[in-house]
Design a protein around this ligand. Structure first.
Ligand code: PEP
Ligand code: MG
Length: 827
């Protein structure tokens, strides 16, 4: 027996449809549950809506005596509720959501189920139920936009200005290049204020009220298309005059034909397009070369205007646009989920469920229906209320607030036909161009078709650059004017040379590709005379660690644990941490894994670790300093690390970031040892720590030099500022001398000195670092082969001479030149 659940917005519709259907099977023998309406209001009047919990209960009710359940839905949020119910139900009976017409489908399903059909059979019968009606009428009703064309009065000829009903009529042509997008729609609404005006796309397109932004957008009116304007009343003619003038003027956007083949959703061409063959320069921060068309990071969704009141006659349609938009967003996320895996899949799944949340949709549609709020504004306000509710709950629930904002923006973008915010999904490979990227944007790059990054801002050690390297995406940052590169044009991004060539010839693409081949690493870093220099990987989580192991890294020299929790607003539990850390340790059984405790703060604030605003976050409470305020956070992390270490065979070493005093190192070492962690180190990232290296070696087992921060703090130059990239250079003599001081202290103490900043992955600098006393180097896995090749060419003595000459140089450029002169002679 196959059961049937009928999901409807209206209890009365559900019951009436059931009554009709049951008349088809006088003998009974079918199990049908109606899940309809959203309860009653204070006066006992039924509320229109659907309730996923009720749908889930109906499915579970049938599960006890049915072999399968077919679910039929009326429309919009009924579909969302049914989908959501599949997540909520307790039973595991097979369920089929059937895209059938509600009334006809229910009749057909009831008859088929009563006849003993299978789940597939009942579903097929229901789906085909519209056949009789379409056959009889001989047509379908939808046009390309999915909006039913109206059967209103026929179009009047161009020269006629009043129809037979006395309404004023004008035919206008869309003259502006981008057609009726948000801004022209707003102008139309403004010019029609106080008058009932309708627009219809000719010859047989949909129509819309002039005051409904979303309906105007759904006209899909493009340049060159004609629209019929119709207005009633004395004021109608004057309104049509105003509107005709707006159309004639192209809404102030000009009336030239569009030259670009770009889709109407893409941003307008920049005012001063960059010529073909132009080469823009920035800083190459992630090696490799890629050529593809430019896609700009979509701008964030602006807050929809408040105070627009929708005509009561338009509200049902306006509300419906929310339901359709939510369905479209959920569908889009579902299709992206199919291609995703791991973390990215979990994030997409969570967003999809939020987009399918019937509460969000039904509350927003209620705002439209009862108060005449525009669809976009209703979604905005409803999401804000949900966000506040979640934030008030705190903890894990508060974290969902960001997801709600994301889904809110997606639904609004769909309603207003705007570009989806954030990193666009594209079928084809593309180069992402942005002012800068937020950590969440860079996370969204995983698994997509983005092949390279270009940003106007950002420095070589910004975390955007670091993530680009870990994803293996060529990236150039600090490219002035990148925002003016036209969307759709092909660019060649060379992450080694730091160039972006606009519309390059095929031969330059080929030449650049040949020059940027990744060199394989055989898994054993060593100098020409055989001295071993272990080459390790920098990772931010289990996926990175798997990639590093595949690239034959000898271990992990820097596990940035904060990267596991960038999206968290409350502290991860010890159990959650254990799971995250074990994922990395498992990739390197028996190998060294150096875990850095949370380096929250500055450009990587973690809401649960960094309290409030700081004027100078790079000089503020970041890294180990957080333990001053929240010692338990550090102790929990150390406990989790000890548990993870005892469950895996990797050799775990733990180090603290942002240490500047001997007392800090001493306190950290005691806490580590109390937690059962044996090998304890610190990062050398402040000039203070470098100068105190000898004293610090009395306390810790090893150090690792973070050259990114050491350069930032030594040169007093924000590492995120591309303008100061020349100061943030590890070749700066002051930085080299501090590294040399640490190396010397390490040799004297007989203890290990790693380098895990970006300098460690620079093949030109690697021999100098070794000469200064580095005993291992840690880097992005892509750099392993090149660094190994550079080291294999030189002896320990060559390294020492190159280091000595670099140390003696008065500038970064001269240090580089001096070292390369020594090393070139060694080859
Ligand atoms: C560094 O500062 O060099 C370092 C490796 O740490 P991070 O880049 O994560 O600040
Ligand atoms: Mg650092």
């Amino acid at each position: 027996m196959i059961g049937i659940v009928a999901v409807s917005h209206s209890a009365r519709l559900g019951e009436a449809a059931l009554e009709l259907a049951l008349q088809m099977v006088p003998g009974g023998g079918v199990r049908v549950q109606v899940a309809a309406g959203a309860g009653t209001d204070a006066d006992g009047s039924p509320i229109l809506g659907t309730d996923a919990v009720a749908v889930a209960a109906a499915i579970d009710e049938l599960a006890s005596d049915c072999d399968g359940v077919v679910v039929l839905m009326d429309l919009g949020s009924a579909v969302l509720s049914a989908e959501f119910a599949l997540e909520l139900r307790g039973s595991d009976v097979p369920v089929r959501l059937v895209p059938a017409p509600f009334v006809e489908g229910l009749l057909a399903a009831v008859v088929s189920a009563a006849a003993g059909s299978s789940l597939d059979g009942v579903a097929e019968e229901a789906t085909a139920a519209l056949g009789a009606k379409t056959g009889q009428l001989g047509e379908t009703a939808d046009d390309e936009t999915g909006v039913s064309p109206r059967s209103d009065p026929p179009t009047v000829p161009d020269d006629q200005v009043r129809d037979s009903d006395g309404a004023a009529v004008r035919i206008v042509t869309v003259r502006n290049p981008l057609g009726i997008h948000a801004r022209p729609a707003a102008l139309i609404a403004e010019a029609s204020a106080g008058v009932t005006v309708r627009l219809r796309r000719l010859p047989d397109g949909p129509d819309a009220s002039a005051v409904s932004l979303s309906r105007l957008l759904m006209l899909g009116a493009r340049q060159g298309q004609r629209l019929e304007l119709r207005a009633a009343g004395a004021a109608g003619e004057a309104a049509l005059e105003r509107l005709a003038a707006l159309f004639e003027d192209g809404f102030g956007e000009g009336t030239e034909a569009r030259e670009s083949a770009a889709s109407p959703k893409e941003p307008a061409a920049p005012s001063a397009p960059i010529a073909s063959g132009a080469v823009l320069r920035g800083r190459g921060v992630s090696a490799g070369v890629a050529a593809a068309s430019v896609v700009h990071l979509a701008p964030s969704i602006p807050e929809p205007e408040a105070g627009i009141v929708i005509d009561p006659a338009e509200r049902a349609a306006e509300a419906m646009s929310i339901e359709w938009a939510a369905v479209a967003v959920a569908d889009e996320l579902r299709s992206r989920t199919a291609d995703a895996s791991g973390e990215a899949r979990a994030i997409l799944d969570a967003s999809r469920l939020l987009a399918s949340d019937p509460e969000l949709v039904s509350e927003a549609t209620a705002l439209v229906r009862t108060k005449g709020v525009t669809a976009a504004r209703a979604v905005w306000e409803t999401a804000a209320a949900h966000e506040r509710g979640l934030e008030a709950l705190g903890g894990r629930m508060a974290e969902r607030a960001a997801d709600i904002r994301d889904v809110r923006d997606r639904i609004i973008a769909e309603i207003l036909d705007l570009e989806m915010p954030g990193v666009p999904a594209r079928e084809e490979p593309f180069v992402l161009v942005a002012t800068d990227l937020a950590p969440a944007d860079t996370a969204a790059l995983t698994g997509g078709n983005c092949v390279a990054l270009v940003t106007e801002q950002g420095g070589p050690t910004s975390h955007t650059a670091i993530i680009a390297r870990s994803l293996g995406l060529p990236a150039v940052v600090g490219v002035a004017g990148a925002g003016a590169i036209e969307a759709g044009i092909v660019v060649l991004v060379d992450g080694d040379r730091g160039t972006v060539e606009v519309d390059p010839g095929e031969s330059s693409i080929e030449a650049a590709r040949a020059a940027s081949v990744v060199i394989d690493f055989d898994g054993a870093g060593a100098l020409a005379d055989g001295e071993s220099i272990p080459l390790l990987a920098n990772v931010g989580g289990a996926a990175d660690a798997d990639g590093a192991a595949a690239a034959h890294a000898e271990g992990v020299g820097l596990f940035r644990t904060e990267f596991c929790f960038l999206d968290r607003s409350d502290a991860p539990t010890v159990d959650e941490q254990v799971a995250a850390y074990r994922g990395v340790l498992a990739a390197f059984p028996g190998r060294k894994v150096v875990v850095r405790t949370l380096d929250a703060g500055s450009d990587k604030p973690l809401p649960f670790a960094n309290a409030g605003h700081e004027d100078n976050p790079a000089l503020g409470v970041r890294g180990l300093r957080i333990a001053r305020r929240s010692p338990a956070l550090l102790d929990d992390q150390l406990r989790a690390l000890a548990r993870a270490a005892s469950s895996e065979s990797a050799q775990v070493e733990v180090m603290a970031p942002m240490v500047s005093t001997v007392e800090e190192a001493s306190d950290f070492a005691s806490r580590c040892r109390a937690a059962g962690l044996e090998r304890v180190g610190i990062m050398i990232e402040t000039p203070s720590a470098a100068l105190l290296a000898a004293e610090l070696f009395e306390i810790v087992d090893f150090v690792s030099i973070g050259t990114n921060d050491l350069a930032q703090y030594t040169m007093a130059a924000d590492r995120l500022l591309s303008d100061l990239g020349d100061l943030n250079d590890p070749w700066q003599p002051a930085v080299l001398r501090l590294i040399g001081a640490v190396g010397a202290a390490g040799r004297a103490a007989g203890k290990a000195v790693g380098v895990c900043g970006e300098a460690g992955g620079d093949p030109a600098l690697a021999p100098v670092l070794v000469g200064l006393g580095a005993t291992s180097l840690s880097m992005t896995p892509r750099a392993l082969g090149r660094v190994a090749a550079a080291l294999a060419e030189v002896s320990a003595e060559d390294c020492r001479r190159a280091a000595a000459d670099a140390l003696a140089a008065p500038s970064a450029a001269e240090a580089r030149a001096a070292a390369s002169a020594v090393l070139a002679g060694a080859l």
